[in-house]
Design a binder for this molecule. Structure first.
Ligand SMILES: *Cc1c(COP(=O)(O)O)cnc(C)c1O
Length: 383
Protein backbone atom coordinates (compact mmCIF):
# COMPACT_ATOMS: atom_id res chain seq x y z
CA UNK A 1 0.00 0.00 0.00
CA UNK A 2 1.34 3.39 -1.06
CA UNK A 3 0.87 5.51 2.04
CA UNK A 4 1.71 8.70 0.11
CA UNK A 5 -1.24 8.29 -2.20
CA UNK A 6 -3.46 11.38 -2.14
CA UNK A 7 -7.00 10.86 -0.84
CA UNK A 8 -9.54 13.44 -2.01
CA UNK A 9 -12.37 14.61 0.23
CA UNK A 10 -14.72 13.96 -2.65
CA UNK A 11 -14.20 12.55 -6.15
CA UNK A 12 -17.31 13.32 -8.19
CA UNK A 13 -15.93 12.06 -11.53
CA UNK A 14 -15.07 8.70 -9.93
CA UNK A 15 -18.71 8.27 -8.92
CA UNK A 16 -20.11 9.43 -12.23
CA UNK A 17 -17.76 7.56 -14.59
CA UNK A 18 -19.60 4.20 -14.59
CA UNK A 19 -22.87 5.98 -15.50
CA UNK A 20 -21.39 8.11 -18.28
CA UNK A 21 -23.14 6.38 -21.18
CA UNK A 22 -26.48 6.42 -19.39
CA UNK A 23 -26.10 10.13 -18.65
CA UNK A 24 -25.33 10.94 -22.28
CA UNK A 25 -28.28 8.91 -23.49
CA UNK A 26 -30.64 10.57 -21.01
CA UNK A 27 -29.33 14.03 -21.92
CA UNK A 28 -29.61 13.30 -25.66
CA UNK A 29 -33.26 12.40 -25.11
CA UNK A 30 -33.86 15.77 -23.48
CA UNK A 31 -32.07 17.58 -26.31
CA UNK A 32 -34.16 15.76 -28.90
CA UNK A 33 -37.42 16.32 -27.04
CA UNK A 34 -36.89 20.07 -26.69
CA UNK A 35 -38.77 19.94 -23.38
CA UNK A 36 -36.26 21.66 -21.15
CA UNK A 37 -38.72 22.51 -18.39
CA UNK A 38 -41.68 20.54 -17.03
CA UNK A 39 -40.74 17.48 -19.07
CA UNK A 40 -41.46 13.85 -18.18
CA UNK A 41 -38.05 13.55 -16.48
CA UNK A 42 -39.00 16.15 -13.89
CA UNK A 43 -42.28 14.37 -13.13
CA UNK A 44 -40.49 11.04 -12.82
CA UNK A 45 -37.89 12.45 -10.41
CA UNK A 46 -40.63 14.07 -8.34
CA UNK A 47 -42.27 10.66 -7.99
CA UNK A 48 -38.97 8.96 -7.17
CA UNK A 49 -38.03 11.48 -4.49
CA UNK A 50 -41.50 11.23 -2.99
CA UNK A 51 -41.09 7.46 -2.89
CA UNK A 52 -37.66 7.73 -1.24
CA UNK A 53 -39.14 10.07 1.35
CA UNK A 54 -42.31 8.06 1.87
CA UNK A 55 -44.27 11.16 0.89
CA UNK A 56 -47.22 11.53 -1.49
CA UNK A 57 -45.81 14.42 -3.54
CA UNK A 58 -42.57 15.87 -4.81
CA UNK A 59 -42.22 19.38 -6.21
CA UNK A 60 -39.04 20.18 -8.13
CA UNK A 61 -37.35 23.55 -7.74
CA UNK A 62 -34.06 25.25 -8.56
CA UNK A 63 -32.05 24.41 -5.43
CA UNK A 64 -32.20 23.16 -1.86
CA UNK A 65 -32.09 26.78 -0.75
CA UNK A 66 -35.17 27.56 -2.82
CA UNK A 67 -36.88 24.46 -1.42
CA UNK A 68 -36.65 26.02 2.04
CA UNK A 69 -37.68 29.47 0.83
CA UNK A 70 -40.67 28.09 -1.09
CA UNK A 71 -41.74 25.97 1.89
CA UNK A 72 -41.81 29.04 4.12
CA UNK A 73 -43.73 31.00 1.47
CA UNK A 74 -46.24 28.20 1.01
CA UNK A 75 -46.96 27.82 4.72
CA UNK A 76 -47.60 31.56 4.88
CA UNK A 77 -44.67 32.89 6.90
CA UNK A 78 -45.29 36.54 7.73
CA UNK A 79 -43.13 39.44 8.78
CA UNK A 80 -42.11 39.09 12.41
CA UNK A 81 -42.88 35.37 12.61
CA UNK A 82 -40.25 33.42 14.51
CA UNK A 83 -38.75 30.25 13.08
CA UNK A 84 -36.68 28.02 15.34
CA UNK A 85 -33.65 26.34 13.75
CA UNK A 86 -30.16 25.22 14.64
CA UNK A 87 -27.22 27.60 14.33
CA UNK A 88 -24.90 24.71 13.47
CA UNK A 89 -26.00 24.26 9.85
CA UNK A 90 -25.50 25.65 6.37
CA UNK A 91 -26.57 29.26 5.88
CA UNK A 92 -29.57 28.44 3.65
CA UNK A 93 -31.50 26.97 6.59
CA UNK A 94 -31.91 30.41 8.16
CA UNK A 95 -31.43 32.90 5.31
CA UNK A 96 -34.79 31.95 3.82
CA UNK A 97 -36.48 32.99 7.08
CA UNK A 98 -34.83 36.43 7.09
CA UNK A 99 -35.46 36.97 3.40
CA UNK A 100 -39.21 36.74 4.06
CA UNK A 101 -39.07 39.11 7.02
CA UNK A 102 -39.20 36.34 9.58
CA UNK A 103 -36.87 36.03 12.56
CA UNK A 104 -34.59 33.00 12.85
CA UNK A 105 -34.37 31.83 16.46
CA UNK A 106 -31.17 29.85 16.87
CA UNK A 107 -31.00 27.02 19.37
CA UNK A 108 -28.27 24.68 20.49
CA UNK A 109 -27.45 21.15 19.34
CA UNK A 110 -27.21 17.73 20.90
CA UNK A 111 -23.41 17.24 21.13
CA UNK A 112 -23.53 13.55 20.18
CA UNK A 113 -25.45 14.00 16.90
CA UNK A 114 -24.82 17.68 16.01
CA UNK A 115 -28.58 17.96 15.45
CA UNK A 116 -31.01 20.38 17.08
CA UNK A 117 -31.62 19.56 20.76
CA UNK A 118 -35.36 18.99 21.31
CA UNK A 119 -35.28 20.46 24.83
CA UNK A 120 -33.63 23.65 23.54
CA UNK A 121 -36.19 23.85 20.77
CA UNK A 122 -39.02 23.52 23.28
CA UNK A 123 -37.56 26.23 25.51
CA UNK A 124 -37.34 28.66 22.57
CA UNK A 125 -41.04 28.55 21.67
CA UNK A 126 -42.89 31.87 22.10
CA UNK A 127 -46.23 33.36 21.06
CA UNK A 128 -44.58 34.43 17.82
CA UNK A 129 -43.21 31.03 16.84
CA UNK A 130 -44.65 29.93 13.52
CA UNK A 131 -42.38 27.13 12.39
CA UNK A 132 -39.41 24.93 13.20
CA UNK A 133 -36.72 23.84 10.74
CA UNK A 134 -34.91 20.78 12.05
CA UNK A 135 -31.86 19.95 9.95
CA UNK A 136 -30.85 16.34 9.33
CA UNK A 137 -27.17 17.18 9.45
CA UNK A 138 -24.38 15.13 7.87
CA UNK A 139 -26.86 12.43 6.78
CA UNK A 140 -28.45 11.69 10.15
CA UNK A 141 -32.05 12.40 11.12
CA UNK A 142 -32.75 14.88 13.87
CA UNK A 143 -34.71 13.38 16.78
CA UNK A 144 -38.02 13.58 14.91
CA UNK A 145 -40.15 11.63 17.42
CA UNK A 146 -39.38 14.20 20.09
CA UNK A 147 -39.53 17.16 17.74
CA UNK A 148 -42.90 16.18 16.25
CA UNK A 149 -44.45 15.57 19.63
CA UNK A 150 -43.38 19.06 20.79
CA UNK A 151 -44.43 20.78 17.56
CA UNK A 152 -47.74 18.94 17.18
CA UNK A 153 -48.74 19.90 20.71
CA UNK A 154 -47.96 23.56 19.96
CA UNK A 155 -49.45 23.58 16.47
CA UNK A 156 -46.16 24.55 14.83
CA UNK A 157 -45.25 24.03 11.20
CA UNK A 158 -42.29 21.68 10.71
CA UNK A 159 -40.11 22.07 7.63
CA UNK A 160 -37.35 19.47 7.49
CA UNK A 161 -34.04 20.53 5.99
CA UNK A 162 -33.11 17.18 4.44
CA UNK A 163 -30.62 18.74 2.01
CA UNK A 164 -27.86 16.39 3.16
CA UNK A 165 -30.04 13.43 3.95
CA UNK A 166 -32.20 11.91 1.24
CA UNK A 167 -32.90 8.35 2.41
CA UNK A 168 -31.88 8.92 6.03
CA UNK A 169 -34.39 7.36 8.37
CA UNK A 170 -35.38 6.46 11.91
CA UNK A 171 -36.31 2.78 12.09
CA UNK A 172 -37.17 2.84 8.40
CA UNK A 173 -39.20 6.06 8.48
CA UNK A 174 -37.41 8.42 6.11
CA UNK A 175 -36.43 12.06 6.44
CA UNK A 176 -38.69 14.55 4.70
CA UNK A 177 -42.22 13.44 5.50
CA UNK A 178 -42.36 13.67 9.29
CA UNK A 179 -43.35 17.32 9.25
CA UNK A 180 -45.32 19.43 6.78
CA UNK A 181 -42.65 19.23 4.12
CA UNK A 182 -39.05 18.24 3.53
CA UNK A 183 -36.38 20.00 1.50
CA UNK A 184 -33.87 18.10 -0.62
CA UNK A 185 -30.80 19.48 -2.42
CA UNK A 186 -29.16 18.09 -5.55
CA UNK A 187 -26.03 20.19 -5.17
CA UNK A 188 -23.19 18.05 -6.56
CA UNK A 189 -21.70 17.17 -3.13
CA UNK A 190 -24.97 15.89 -1.67
CA UNK A 191 -25.82 12.20 -1.52
CA UNK A 192 -27.94 12.55 -4.66
CA UNK A 193 -25.86 15.13 -6.50
CA UNK A 194 -26.70 16.50 -9.92
CA UNK A 195 -24.59 18.32 -12.50
CA UNK A 196 -25.46 21.77 -11.25
CA UNK A 197 -28.13 23.15 -8.95
CA UNK A 198 -31.45 21.55 -8.22
CA UNK A 199 -33.85 20.91 -5.37
CA UNK A 200 -37.07 19.22 -4.35
CA UNK A 201 -39.75 19.64 -1.73
CA UNK A 202 -41.62 16.54 -0.58
CA UNK A 203 -44.93 16.63 1.26
CA UNK A 204 -47.99 14.56 2.13
CA UNK A 205 -50.25 17.59 2.04
CA UNK A 206 -52.07 18.06 -1.25
CA UNK A 207 -52.96 21.68 -0.55
CA UNK A 208 -49.34 22.46 0.29
CA UNK A 209 -48.19 20.78 -2.92
CA UNK A 210 -50.52 23.05 -4.84
CA UNK A 211 -49.24 26.17 -3.06
CA UNK A 212 -45.62 25.14 -3.62
CA UNK A 213 -46.26 24.88 -7.35
CA UNK A 214 -48.06 28.21 -7.31
CA UNK A 215 -45.21 30.00 -5.50
CA UNK A 216 -42.48 28.39 -7.59
CA UNK A 217 -44.16 29.63 -10.79
CA UNK A 218 -44.41 33.35 -10.01
CA UNK A 219 -47.74 32.87 -8.27
CA UNK A 220 -49.22 32.75 -11.74
CA UNK A 221 -52.53 30.97 -12.34
CA UNK A 222 -53.82 31.05 -15.01
CA UNK A 223 -51.11 32.34 -17.30
CA UNK A 224 -50.33 36.06 -16.73
CA UNK A 225 -52.73 36.31 -13.80
CA UNK A 226 -50.78 36.49 -10.54
CA UNK A 227 -52.56 35.41 -7.37
CA UNK A 228 -49.60 35.84 -5.03
CA UNK A 229 -46.04 37.12 -5.36
CA UNK A 230 -44.01 34.03 -6.04
CA UNK A 231 -40.59 33.42 -7.51
CA UNK A 232 -39.26 31.58 -10.55
CA UNK A 233 -37.74 28.36 -9.29
CA UNK A 234 -37.80 25.28 -11.48
CA UNK A 235 -35.90 22.04 -11.76
CA UNK A 236 -34.81 21.70 -15.37
CA UNK A 237 -35.13 18.54 -17.45
CA UNK A 238 -31.36 18.19 -17.91
CA UNK A 239 -30.82 17.93 -14.15
CA UNK A 240 -33.82 15.66 -13.74
CA UNK A 241 -32.62 13.35 -16.53
CA UNK A 242 -29.21 12.99 -14.88
CA UNK A 243 -30.72 12.54 -11.44
CA UNK A 244 -33.13 9.87 -12.69
CA UNK A 245 -30.07 7.85 -13.70
CA UNK A 246 -28.32 8.49 -10.39
CA UNK A 247 -31.32 7.74 -8.19
CA UNK A 248 -31.40 4.15 -9.47
CA UNK A 249 -27.93 3.80 -7.87
CA UNK A 250 -28.73 5.68 -4.67
CA UNK A 251 -29.20 2.47 -2.67
CA UNK A 252 -25.69 1.37 -3.62
CA UNK A 253 -24.25 4.81 -2.92
CA UNK A 254 -25.76 4.84 0.57
CA UNK A 255 -24.50 1.30 1.21
CA UNK A 256 -21.02 2.43 0.12
CA UNK A 257 -21.07 5.35 2.53
CA UNK A 258 -22.24 3.07 5.35
CA UNK A 259 -19.54 0.53 4.57
CA UNK A 260 -16.92 3.29 4.66
CA UNK A 261 -18.25 4.65 7.95
CA UNK A 262 -18.09 1.17 9.48
CA UNK A 263 -14.50 0.70 8.35
CA UNK A 264 -13.51 4.08 9.83
CA UNK A 265 -15.18 3.13 13.12
CA UNK A 266 -13.32 -0.18 13.18
CA UNK A 267 -9.91 1.23 12.26
CA UNK A 268 -10.15 4.25 14.53
CA UNK A 269 -11.20 2.03 17.44
CA UNK A 270 -8.12 -0.12 16.85
CA UNK A 271 -5.97 3.02 16.67
CA UNK A 272 -6.82 3.84 20.28
CA UNK A 273 -7.29 7.57 19.81
CA UNK A 274 -10.14 7.83 22.27
CA UNK A 275 -8.57 10.70 24.19
CA UNK A 276 -7.63 12.63 21.08
CA UNK A 277 -10.75 12.40 18.93
CA UNK A 278 -14.44 11.52 19.21
CA UNK A 279 -16.01 9.46 16.44
CA UNK A 280 -19.44 10.24 15.03
CA UNK A 281 -22.41 8.40 16.53
CA UNK A 282 -25.20 6.86 14.47
CA UNK A 283 -28.01 7.35 16.94
CA UNK A 284 -30.53 5.59 14.72
CA UNK A 285 -28.16 2.88 13.45
CA UNK A 286 -28.60 2.02 9.79
CA UNK A 287 -30.70 5.13 9.26
CA UNK A 288 -27.55 7.26 8.97
CA UNK A 289 -26.66 7.90 5.31
CA UNK A 290 -23.27 9.55 6.00
CA UNK A 291 -23.15 12.62 3.81
CA UNK A 292 -20.21 13.47 6.06
CA UNK A 293 -18.01 11.49 8.43
CA UNK A 294 -17.33 14.12 11.05
CA UNK A 295 -14.97 13.61 13.96
CA UNK A 296 -14.26 15.91 16.87
CA UNK A 297 -10.65 16.78 17.56
CA UNK A 298 -9.95 17.58 21.20
CA UNK A 299 -7.53 19.92 22.96
CA UNK A 300 -7.65 22.65 20.33
CA UNK A 301 -5.75 20.55 17.78
CA UNK A 302 -8.31 20.51 14.95
CA UNK A 303 -6.72 23.13 12.70
CA UNK A 304 -3.27 21.61 13.22
CA UNK A 305 -4.58 18.16 12.22
CA UNK A 306 -6.29 19.60 9.16
CA UNK A 307 -3.06 21.33 8.08
CA UNK A 308 -1.15 18.07 8.60
CA UNK A 309 -3.62 16.13 6.45
CA UNK A 310 -3.51 18.79 3.74
CA UNK A 311 0.27 18.47 3.66
CA UNK A 312 -0.17 14.72 3.20
CA UNK A 313 -2.64 15.34 0.34
CA UNK A 314 -5.61 14.10 2.31
CA UNK A 315 -8.78 16.10 1.89
CA UNK A 316 -10.77 17.22 4.92
CA UNK A 317 -13.14 20.08 5.60
CA UNK A 318 -14.70 22.01 8.42
CA UNK A 319 -18.48 22.03 8.34
CA UNK A 320 -19.07 24.63 9.78
CA UNK A 321 -16.36 26.97 11.09
CA UNK A 322 -18.70 29.88 11.92
CA UNK A 323 -22.11 29.05 13.39
CA UNK A 324 -25.00 31.12 12.06
CA UNK A 325 -25.61 32.96 15.35
CA UNK A 326 -22.05 34.35 14.99
CA UNK A 327 -22.35 35.44 11.35
CA UNK A 328 -21.97 39.12 10.60
CA UNK A 329 -25.26 39.29 8.71
CA UNK A 330 -27.13 38.05 11.80
CA UNK A 331 -25.37 40.40 14.23
CA UNK A 332 -28.50 42.49 14.71
CA UNK A 333 -30.24 39.45 16.24
CA UNK A 334 -28.03 40.02 19.28
CA UNK A 335 -26.54 36.61 20.02
CA UNK A 336 -23.27 36.17 21.86
CA UNK A 337 -21.08 33.22 20.84
CA UNK A 338 -21.46 31.57 24.26
CA UNK A 339 -25.27 31.68 24.08
CA UNK A 340 -25.08 28.34 22.25
CA UNK A 341 -22.16 26.59 23.95
CA UNK A 342 -22.43 23.19 22.23
CA UNK A 343 -22.66 24.87 18.83
CA UNK A 344 -19.63 27.02 19.58
CA UNK A 345 -17.66 23.99 20.80
CA UNK A 346 -18.59 21.90 17.76
CA UNK A 347 -17.50 24.66 15.38
CA UNK A 348 -14.05 24.55 16.97
CA UNK A 349 -13.72 20.75 17.04
CA UNK A 350 -15.31 19.26 13.93
CA UNK A 351 -13.41 17.86 10.99
CA UNK A 352 -15.04 15.93 8.14
CA UNK A 353 -13.03 13.17 6.46
CA UNK A 354 -13.45 11.56 3.01
CA UNK A 355 -16.51 9.25 2.97
CA UNK A 356 -17.80 9.25 -0.64
CA UNK A 357 -19.23 5.88 -1.80
CA UNK A 358 -16.41 4.90 -4.18
CA UNK A 359 -13.66 5.50 -1.62
CA UNK A 360 -11.49 2.38 -1.36
CA UNK A 361 -10.62 0.54 1.83
CA UNK A 362 -6.92 1.31 1.23
CA UNK A 363 -7.69 5.00 1.07
CA UNK A 364 -9.55 4.85 4.36
CA UNK A 365 -6.56 3.06 5.90
CA UNK A 366 -4.30 5.86 4.67
CA UNK A 367 -6.53 8.50 6.25
CA UNK A 368 -6.62 6.67 9.59
CA UNK A 369 -2.87 6.02 9.48
CA UNK A 370 -2.12 9.67 8.87
CA UNK A 371 -4.40 10.79 11.70
CA UNK A 372 -2.57 8.29 13.92
CA UNK A 373 0.74 9.61 12.65
CA UNK A 374 -0.22 13.18 13.52
CA UNK A 375 -0.95 12.31 17.13
CA UNK A 376 2.14 10.07 17.41
CA UNK A 377 4.40 12.92 16.25
CA UNK A 378 2.68 15.32 18.60
CA UNK A 379 3.18 12.89 21.48
CA UNK A 380 6.89 12.47 20.72
CA UNK A 381 7.27 16.24 20.71
CA UNK A 382 5.51 16.56 24.04
CA UNK A 383 7.73 13.87 25.63
C1 LIG B 1 -26.71 22.20 0.78
C2 LIG B 1 -27.62 22.63 1.85
C3 LIG B 1 -28.68 23.50 1.63
C4 LIG B 1 -28.87 24.25 0.34
O1 LIG B 1 -28.95 23.49 -0.79
P1 LIG B 1 -28.50 24.12 -2.20
O2 LIG B 1 -29.04 23.12 -3.19
O3 LIG B 1 -27.04 24.23 -2.20
O4 LIG B 1 -29.18 25.43 -2.34
C5 LIG B 1 -29.53 23.79 2.69
N1 LIG B 1 -29.35 23.24 3.89
C6 LIG B 1 -28.33 22.40 4.16
C7 LIG B 1 -28.19 21.83 5.52
C8 LIG B 1 -27.42 22.07 3.15
O5 LIG B 1 -26.40 21.25 3.42
Amino acid sequence: MNTNRPVPLLDVPRGNAPMREKFLEALANVVDSGRFLFGPDVKKLEEECARWSNARFGVGCASGSDAILLSLMAVGLREGDEVICPSFTFFATASAVSRLGGVPVFVDIDPTTFNIAPAALKAAITEKTKAVIPVHLFGQCADMDEIMSICDRQGLVVIEDAAQSIGANINGRPAGAWGHCGCISFYPTKNLGGMGDGGMIVTNDEELEDRLRLYSGHGMRPRYYHKVIGINSRLDSMQAAVLNVKITHLDDAVAGRQRNANLYQELFSLAGLGDEITLPVAKFGEGHVWNQFTIRVHAGRRDELKAFLTEKNIGSEIYYPVPLHMQKCFQSLGYRPEDLPETLKASKEVLSLPIFPELEADEIKIVVDQVKQFFAIAQRRAA
